[in-house]
Design a protein. Structure first.
Length: 57
């Protein structure tokens, strides 16, 4: 679980990292941007919020 707290996890779940990986696999810039924005709005913030609650306990 300690690995989730480190920079590796923060980097992997970062919306910019997701965007870059989508570009790397061949998706267009427009589709990659839309998907990473959707991911950020619907998953990223709630994921970080949930992890912060667990870490503070």
């Amino acid at each position: 679980m300690t690995r989730l707290r480190g920079p590796w996890f923060q980097h992997r779940v970062n919306p910019l990292h997701i965007y870059c990986r989508l570009i790397d696999v061949g998706l267009s810039v427009q589709i990659s941007r839309r998907l990473s924005i959707f991911y950020e709005k619907h998953f990223y913030h709630s994921l970080l919020r949930g992890l912060r609650l667990k870490w503070n306990m």
